[in-house]
Design a protein around this ligand. Sequence first.
Ligand SMILES: C[S@@+](CC[C@H](N)C(=O)[O-])C[C@H]1O[C@@H](n2cnc3c(N)ncnc32)[C@H](O)[C@@H]1O
Length: 256
Amino acid sequence: MGEFARLSRERFGEHADEYVRSATHAGGPDLDAVVRLVDAQPEWVALDVATGGGHTAIAIAPRVAGMVALDLTPEMLDAAARHAAERGVSGIEFVLGDAEALPFPDASFDVVTCRIASHHFGDVQTFADEVARVLRPGGRFVLQDQCVPEGAAAATFVNLFDRLRDPSHNRALSESAWVEVVSRAGLTLGELSHFENRHVLEEWASMQGCSSDTVKRLREMLADAGEIALAWMDPEGEGSLQSFTIRQIVLVAEKP
Ligand SMILES: C[S@@+](CC[C@H](N)C(=O)[O-])C[C@H]1O[C@@H](n2cnc3c(N)ncnc32)[C@H](O)[C@@H]1O
């Protein structure tokens, strides 16, 4: 298991229930866009990679014949299974596994989703290649993740900010990097859109159990942000009211 996989398992294992309750994960226009782009058909079998608290899998499961929800963290899978039961959604198969080595034969799924997760993966290209492998021809990949600005320095800054709060954050990609990854995986890009969420810094940090010292360092980083990162993160307010923006990308791509 790679370093980021080990860190993800450790950290999400400790905070599994917070992710089930998190408002950002529970829904929003980005999840609505994912469900719309999936365009589920009743006979389809779907895979949700890095299912976390199961919000995406739970939204899609009632619309398809089969739903498989995969995650690297056993505690997250347990929390997602409890969450599905509470919501009265049955029939989801929960599978322990790594996004970079999907434990399924070629062409097993009609659709693969992955939401708020790929920034944790060690190698996003390996993940996208795996998605392409397990999709049937004509199958679709719907991806949502936070994204970073195009400039290398600003992108690195935004990723370092996220990693200070959560060491299992490896790297969020820019839009152009996603376009390249999808194309290298042999998938044909369709609709691509952007969303954003505002977060109160202290609440966002507390979801990962950050110390007050880490919150202070996050504030110092925001105060030091360069022009592009500043425009991207758009910090506002002070102290416990300080908030900033996380930008997200949602895309759909089809296997020819
Ligand atoms: C924020 S949660 C996902 C949220 C969820 N997809 C949703 O829609 O609410 C991130 C998840 O990624 C999982 N994860 C991180 N690295 C992974 C990997 N390499 N393979 C599979 N799951 C991974 C973590 O265990 C965690 O449950």
